[in-house]
Write a new protein. Structure first.
Length: 279
């Protein structure tokens, strides 16, 4: 079945990287691409019509320019100009696509914005996996990182990450972390058996998450990382050398779908590589 990719387009370097990423993926997977840009909604003030018309014209020119870049990869590209709130329009449009791709203005540890507020809202509310492409040169990177926690969504995350790693020939690194409860005031240190037990339980949860992967991808190189620490910190560290990172959202239901877990939000606020949020 042909994959469909929606790309949210604005006139920024990060957005251009997102378009390029989508075009390359579409070429590899014979996907179809739609480029969507949103012009803010009107409120009916005097003289507003001319301003909105000019904005739409400029947006159409931008989209056609980006569409030509996609077509240069041998990929069919359609363009759509929507009106309204960009976050709401992207979330609504994502209902009929397999993948939504957006850019992030984060450019590394010491450059660019520390957050992508609109992007996080889009990722939290989208109806399909969301790919966040940072404004970072990823040339020479290898490896797919996936963070799991033993929850029901972990299987989906590993399935997505393993398929990507197998398709591109990258090694897969599966990450699970653990943290201790606060140390009681009357204790000077954690018991050794408590720490070793936490490590063992976390390792077992990771192993359970990987069930079936060796059979599906016998040639896939898989590394396991189980560490004491906060998941976002470990994932961000490993992602600095990776080509792709896959994380999950724990949002459930009509309201919870718009909320991200703290790990997902922290990783998406400062992505070290192309990052996919999978539900």
């Amino acid at each position: 079945m042909q994959e469909s990719i929606l790309v949210g387009v604005v006139d920024t370097p990060a957005s251009r990287r997102a378009v390029e990423w989508a075009a390359r993926r579409a070429n590899e997977r014979l996907s179809r691409v739609e480029l969507l840009s949103v012009v803010g909604g009107a409120i009916g003030t005097v003289g507003e019509g001319a301003v909105v018309a000019e904005a739409i014209s400029l947006t159409q020119t931008l989209l056609e320019r980006e569409a030509e870049r996609v077509r240069a990869h041998g990929v069919k590209a359609d363009t759509v100009v929507a009106r309204g709130n960009p976050v709401e329009e992207l979330i609504s449009a994502s209902m009929v696509f397999d993948l939504l791709v957006i850019g992030s203005d984060f450019r590394g540890d010491h450059a660019g914005a520390r957050s992508i507020h609109h992007g996080i809202r889009v990722a939290a509310g989208a109806h399909c996996p969301v790919v966040v492409v940072p404004d970072i040169d990823l040339a020479g990177r290898r490896g797919v990182i996936v963070g799991v926690d033993g929850s029901a969504v972990s299987g989906k995350l590993i399935a997505f990450a393993a398929a990507e790693a197998a398709r591109t020939g990258d090694p897969l690194t599966v990450v699970n972390t653990w943290v201790t409860v606060p140390l009681p005031l009357n204790m000077s240190a954690y018991p050794a058996d408590y720490l070793s037990g936490m490590q063992k339980v976390t390792e077992e949860a990771l192993t359970d998450s990987l069930k079936g992967i060796p059979r599906l991808y016998p040639e896939l190189e898989v590394h396991r990382v189980v560490e004491r620490g906060y998941a976002a910190t470990v994932i961000n560290r490993l992602s600095r050398d990776a080509r792709l990172t896959v994380i999950g959202s724990h949002g459930r239901g009509a309201i919870a779908r718009f909320l991200l877990g703290s790990t997902s939000q922290e990783v998406l606020s400062s992505p070290s590589t192309v990052t996919v949020l999978v539900r």
